[in-house]
Write a protein that binds this ligand. Structure first.
Ligand SMILES: *[C@@H]1O[C@H](CO)[C@@H](O)[C@H](O)[C@H]1NC(C)=O
Ligand SMILES: *[C@@H]1O[C@H](CO)[C@@H](O)[C@H](O)[C@H]1NC(C)=O
Length: 305
């Protein structure tokens, strides 16, 4: 019998003692409400605008909505966040968060809504949102330092319907994997300093199609190069296509005609020169022969006379 084993019994008593003694030892065992937050019975935890500089501790494990917007947090701790496996709604907007990675959201498989707007992200890595299999809406706007989002960052978010990347510092983004997202129906890209070069040709061509909704399409414009500045991406698809996959233009034909003419002229001149040289050579040979002949005749005459 298990209970008959004195060692096991002692261990149990020890564990119970340790747990009671430490009060609220780990987030896994807490059921209260974090300081400066308001919790309700629908499992909504509201900590907005409380000047929190770190992620709240003591969150109820069954929290379904967590609002930590308008604080001074500079990181999202993966460990504490991933205890909240029932989380459906997470608003982290208006903080100073600089980094997120694949492990940040590793366990939030029920999360449907995520707001990361107004933060300090510089870069979004591959698969950052990979574990968020239920994510429907992602707001990632107004991050003035954000200039790079990995092309595969959203590739596994097959439930994603609304993605807002407005007002960041994006100059380009490879949309190959976005185009194939099955549920995506609205995309915000306005207010970024787009560099309208061949790298965003696919994006511009995509924006020309009416079947898809681009938010604030009129404000989705080029920052560079200077001759395209201010033009809407949606009207540049064909321009970029002709520029990036050049076929023969009439300048190319003029070039070929000029080259042809030069080769023809050079050939003619060369043939003429060859002719002249040959004629001169022939004349020279004839004259030499003539002189020899006359010399011989002179010799014969002398011998004969
Ligand atoms: C935006 O990105 C460019 C490089 O793409 C960089 O030179 C510039 O400093 C960035 N802007 C901000 C506000 O960080
Ligand atoms: C975009 O990414 C895909 C693969 O993810 C690649 O094949 C393609 O060449 C890229 N496009 C540009 C313009 O870099």
């Amino acid at each position: 019998m298990l209970f008959a084993n004195p060692l096991v019994t002692q261990c149990r008593i020890f564990i119970v003692l340790v747990l009671c003694w430490r009060g609220a030892p780990s987030p896994a065992l807490s059921a209260g409400c974090p300081e400066r937050c308001v919790c309700d019975e629908q499992l909504v935890v509201q900590c907005s605008g409380q000047r929190l500089s770190t992620f709240p501790t003591n969150l109820p494990l069954a929290t379904r909505q967590l609002i930590i917007s308008n604080n001074n947090m500079d990181e999202l701790p993966a460990l504490q966040l991933n205890y909240l496996s029932d989380l459906v709604y997470l608003d982290c907007s208006s903080n100073s968060i600089r980094e997120i990675s694949e492990s940040t959201f590793g366990n939030l498989r029920k999360l449907v809504y995520l707001d990361l707007s107004y933060n300090m992200f510089v870069k979004i890595e591959d698969q950052t949102f990979g574990p968020l299999a239920s994510l429907v809406m992602l707001r990632l706007t107004d991050n003035p330092l954000l200039s790079e989002i990995h092309p595969s960052a959203f590739v596994e978010n097959v439930a994603l319907q609304v993605l807002d990347l407005s007002r960041n510092n994006l100059t380009m983004h490879n949309v190959t994997s976005l185009i194939t997202l099955p549920a995506l129906r609205s995309l915000g890209l306005s207010g970024n300093p787009w560099n309208c070069a061949c790298e965003i040709e696919d994006l511009c061509l995509w924006m020309q199609k009416d079947t898809f909704r681009f938010q604030d399409e009129g404000q989705t414009v080029c920052e560079g190069p200077p001759d395209l500045r201010g033009l809407r991406l949606a009207e540049l698809g064909l321009h970029l296509r002709t520029q990036c996959h050049p076929s023969l233009g009439h300048q190319d034909y003029l070039f070929f005609i000029a080259i042809g003419f030069v080769i023809f002229a050079a050939g003619t001149v060369l043939a003429w020169l060859t002719g002249v040289v040959m004629v001169l050579f022939e004349r020279y040979v004839k004259r030499e022969n003539g002189e020899l002949d006359s010399e011989r005749e002179e010799v014969k005459e002398e011998a004969g006379g």
